[in-house]
Design a binder for this molecule. Sequence first.
Ligand code: G3H
Ligand code: 13P
Ligand code: ZN
Length: 317
Amino acid sequence: MIVPTNALFKHAYGKYAIGAYNINNLEQCMGLFQGNLQSKAPFIIQISKGARSYTHKKMLESMLKTADEIFPDAVFAVHLDHGDEATCLDCIASGIYSSIMIDASHLPYAKNVETTKRVVDAAHAKGLSVEAELGLLKGIEEDIKADDHVFTEPDEAVDFVKKTGCDSLACAIGTSHGAYKFKGAQKLRFDILEAIQKLIPGFPLVMHGSSSVPEDEVRRINHFGGAMQGAKGVDENSFALAAKLGVTKINIDTDGRLVWTRVHREYFTLYPENFDLRPVGKVFMAEYARFIAGKNKKLGSAGQLDAVREFCKTNKK
Ligand code: G3H
Ligand code: 13P
Ligand code: ZN
């Protein structure tokens, strides 16, 4: 059942966070549904601009429609990750998305407000909700590079939400995309979330760059020929605190790529004579499902499926 992202947020707010998982292909799609059902969790499927052009945007959209038929018990939202204005408009027209993200965070404040507001108006007219971003994550986001974190300013966040009418806000608190998030110990500015929550209680916040880059996954990748020295992610034990502070959506992409890389490196090293894509694909789907189920426990979304399904029947927006 594809549901509005806002309904998922209403159910989760202050109690747990929904896992927002990026997918690009069929095997990820199957593993994702299986893992969420195994752990009885609602979830968000995120499609990036890059994912939409990897094969074809329509291929991905059809896959999600079909997955909805194959897994009738699943409760999920379909979301555009880091969209520009043109991609947002395309997704609004496609008819399958529950929500979109307009990422104009690299623009000057007034331009970010202006662009976000235009997208919000277009999305709301068609019943989609909108995530926007304020502040910059260090590193590369789609085609934009930031050399350092630009933390979200709580007062500015309040003004931004008021002026744009966006439904949720991605805040920069020190996370970053990819597998190399911290040189030393993790430093996250939970005080920023706390301040925003005090100013706009009940408003859903989003944490990007939240893969935990499991040490064991990196160790196995390196053991089987990888070269990922110094990889480090977000401590997944921080998710419960983030959820309490109003984070309802936690974005995870890199961890899924690590599972894929580990499985394929290991498999083809252990079975060098094999050239069939299906046996390794089956291992990946099972391992990715196992990863998702474990992650949902840390997010607190595991076990919420039946309650969320009931909630969504009466909360259709
Ligand atoms: O924010 C970035 C996401 O991990 C999506 O990555 O643009 O390579 O698909 P991508
Ligand atoms: P990671 O790179 O930490 O998985 O972050 C993904 C993300 O924020 C997608 O928008
Ligand atoms: Zn992101």
